[in-house]
Design a binder for this molecule. Sequence first.
Ligand code: GLN
Length: 198
Amino acid sequence: MTRPVIGVLALQGDVREHVAVLTALGTRPMLVRRPAELERIDALVIPGGESTTMHRLAVAFDLLEPLRQRISAGMPAFGTCAGMIVLADRIEGGAAGQETVGGLDVTVRRNAFGRQVDSCETDVDVAGLSEPFHAVLIRAPWVEDSGPGVEVLARVGHGPGAGRIVAVRQDSLLATSFHPEVTGDDRVHRMFVDEIVR
Ligand code: GLN
């Protein structure tokens, strides 16, 4: 597979930014809003935005169950920030009734970095990348705990949230608390795409 069709869940959030990176990497991004579109993609990106809104819209568009089915059947997926929450099996601090698609055996804490540091930027070391990655965290979650099958790819090095897990991988699922799609650095997207192409 040389030019995979990568869906971008386009219910809400920074869809355009992901489409731009995926296009630059030579893949074929496709916006996903309907269950039938899920059948035409090789992999899925779930953008940053607001996970409660995404949940509500996924229910309204009849996407929640089809998403669960495709992801549990092994479709590769990459979630950033709110997208990480959507992929998590468990949420701390979720809104009343908020459900996730799940697949990733982690507990995420929503808005984990707290009010005083709603947003922050910090360089993190990501397993598999030789240089640090500039992590942009916007009302970001962190991974509170993770199951045995989950590989921790990055933790905050210093400052607010030092030591907290902000990037994970489990089989073909990848998730970051930060937003690689807004930094102009395509290395995390490349990790995801390389895995699919392989
Ligand atoms: N706080 C948001 C949520 O809970 C995530 C923020 C983001 O994606 N930048 O969905």
